[in-house]
Write a protein that binds this ligand. Structure first.
Ligand SMILES: Cc1cc2nc3c(=O)[nH]c(=O)nc-3n(C[C@H](O)[C@H](O)[C@H](O)COP(=O)(O)OP(=O)(O)OC[C@H]3O[C@@H](n4cnc5c(N)ncnc54)[C@H](O)[C@@H]3O)c2cc1C
Ligand SMILES: NC(=O)c1ccc[n+]([C@@H]2O[C@H](COP(=O)([O-])OP(=O)(O)OC[C@H]3O[C@@H](n4cnc5c(N)ncnc54)[C@H](O)[C@@H]3O)[C@@H](O)[C@H]2O)c1
Length: 447
């Protein structure tokens, strides 16, 4: 049977683009199917616009300190339209850069939706059928709305990125990455923020001691967090929206955002036709080499059972293409993946939390913690505290977890994540001379 391409990639987000580029580098003839803007969630409605808003919020926080440090007081309110023009120009440049790179790499970019029509065949939304011996599914995911009355009155993170002003009163439903990140941004940019969390703590995949401090930092910043509070619906009132939840009956909001998780984009992509297996939440089941149960069909990124983070999608796609076309087989290690919540302050982790370490190593766990005020916060007498924590295990006190909450945690973690992966011990950290005065030095000084 005639093949049009060596590889068809369905989805031009983080994973799909990385796979298309790497396969083309190895000489494969690649078609990339993407009906929307290049870059997918990360570039258009995720990491990139979110980080831009986070940076604006950081600047707002610093401007708030300026008056207390002796700088002349000034109006710190953000002019959203101006900032958004900068944000979107940055994103447009990313699109242009991807387009140029695809052209240079000889990848055929087709602005269509794809669906599997049997092994080796993809049917495009314009009716064209393409054939290739290998297909990569990288269709990502979308926000879910809980099944409750009035859910359609609320927005999601996708809607947030369309806003051109900070609403005066915002409710966020959820206690995960997105709820915590958007709560911090909106409060810093002038909204009065309430967060409704079903459970008893924020981002519960992170260390409990750090998330408790983050909740306290948010409380000090004026954010109202309602823990153990299940939202049962949203209603329109005279001048806004009400969240139906215990203790919320008096509260009215201008906007309600649902940040209650995401689902994979697996509907209508022909998985049944091709016989591709999914798990109970609809993610495509892949093995450690990102192969599905069907020969020649692979999946990476949020559509798969992998951790839904951009660098994971990219690393998985590159390694897959190195194996398929470059004769180099290095499966992605799913352990010890560093990750940061862009809260205010940011919170990062790599490896095991203290609880996980105790489950795996019993009593043979040593924990070192530092809780301190970063210098700028001490200078302006702000109550915000940093909490850093090392989790070590075994007789040689190998570092199995690093947890950082505080200014610059997002930038500090990456280098220490390399060290953890290389198997360093607490003694190795103590043998390293500190850089003073920094927050990072606490990592090598903690006992
Ligand atoms: C608000 C928010 C903030 C985030 N912040 C971070 C962060 O700071 N750091 C981080 O690491 N991760 C972050 N993430 C997660 C990150 O965005 C995702 O893990 C990443 O984008 C997944 O990449 P992907 O390639 O799997 O899917 P996506 O980037 O979602 O790309 C999928 C692409 O497939 C296309 N597509 C869908 N169906 C079809 C079809 N049938 N045919 C053709 N194309 C199709 C879509 O249009 C889309 O462009 C964030 C996510 C959100 C929502
Ligand atoms: N900085 C980053 O790297 C970053 C930022 C944003 C998103 N992401 C990725 O995207 C994924 C999705 O983010 P997210 O925040 O949507 O999901 P999440 O899984 O982090 O959090 C979902 C939250 O919603 C709550 N929830 C679920 N159903 C609910 C309901 N019916 N009512 C009330 N609460 C409910 C959960 O308890 C949880 O607190 C993350 O897991 C992460 O991998 C990463």
């Amino acid at each position: 049977m005639h093949n049009d391409f060596d590889l068809i990639v369905v989805g031009g987000g983080s994973g799909g683009l990385a796979g298309a580029f790497r396969a083309a580098e190895h000489g494969a003839r690649v078609a990339l199917l993407e009906p929307e803007a290049l870059g997918g969630t990360c570039v258009n409605a995720g990491c990139v616009p979110k980080k831009a808003m986070w940076l604006a919020a950081e600047v707002a926080g610093k401007l708030g300190f300026a008056g207390r440090l002796g700088f002349p007081a000034q109006d710190c309110a953000l002019d959203w339209p101006t900032f958004i023009a900068h944000r979107q120009r940055y994103i447009t440049n990313i699109h242009a850069s991807y387009q140029q790179r695809l052209d240079k790499a000889g990848v055929a970019l087709l602005p269509v939706r794809g669906r599997l029509a049997g092994a080796g065949t993809v049917e495009c939304s314009n009716g064209v059928r393409l054939r290739a011996p290998r297909i990569l599914i990288a269709t990502g995911g979308h926000p879910v709305r809980p099944d409750m009355p009035g859910a359609e009155l609320a927005g999601t993170s996708d809607d947030f990125f369309g806003w051109t002003a900070a609403p005066a009163r915002v409710a966020l439903v959820g206690g995960g990455y997105i709820a915590v990140e958007l709560a911090g941004v909106l409060q810093a940019l002038g909204s009065a923020v309430s967060v409704f969390v079903r459970g008893q703590r924020l981002v519960d995949s992170f260390d409990a001691q750090l998330t408790a401090q983050l909740a306290e930092d948010y409380r000090q910043a004026g954010i109202h967090i309602h823990f153990s509070c299940s939202v049962e619906g949203v209603e329109k009132t005279g001048d806004g929206f009400q969240v139906i939840a215990p203790g919320a009956s008096e509260l009215v909001f201008d906007q309600v955002l649902l940040a209650t998780g995401r689902r994979p984009n697996t509907d209508a992509i022909g998985l049944d036709t091709a016989g591709v297996e999914t798990d109970r939440r609809g993610h495509i089941v892949v093995d450690e080499r990102h192969a599905t149960n069907v020969d020649g069909i692979f999946a990476v990124g949020d559509v798969s059972t992998d951790l839904p983070l951009t660098p994971v999608a990219i690393a998985a796609a590159r390694r897959l293409m190195d194996r398929l076309y470059g004769n180099r087989d290095r499966p992605l290690d799913p352990h010890d993946i560093p990750t940061v919540v862009f809260s205010h302050p940011p919170m990062g982790k790599v490896g095991l939390t203290e609880d996980q370490a105790r489950e795996q190593h019993g009593d043979d766990v040593h924990v070192a913690t530092a809780s301190f005020r970063p210098m700028l916060h001490a200078l302006v007498d702000s109550p915000q505290r940093s909490v850093f924590k090392l989790v070590c295990a075994g007789p040689d006190r190998r570092v199995v977890g690093i947890h950082l909450l505080g200014e610059a945690a997002d930038e500090i973690l990456q280098g220490f994540a390399v060290a953890l992966k290389r198997g360093i011990t607490l003694d190795d950290l103590h043998d390293t001379v500190a850089i003073h005065p920094t927050s990072a030095e606490e990592v090598v000084l903690m006992r």
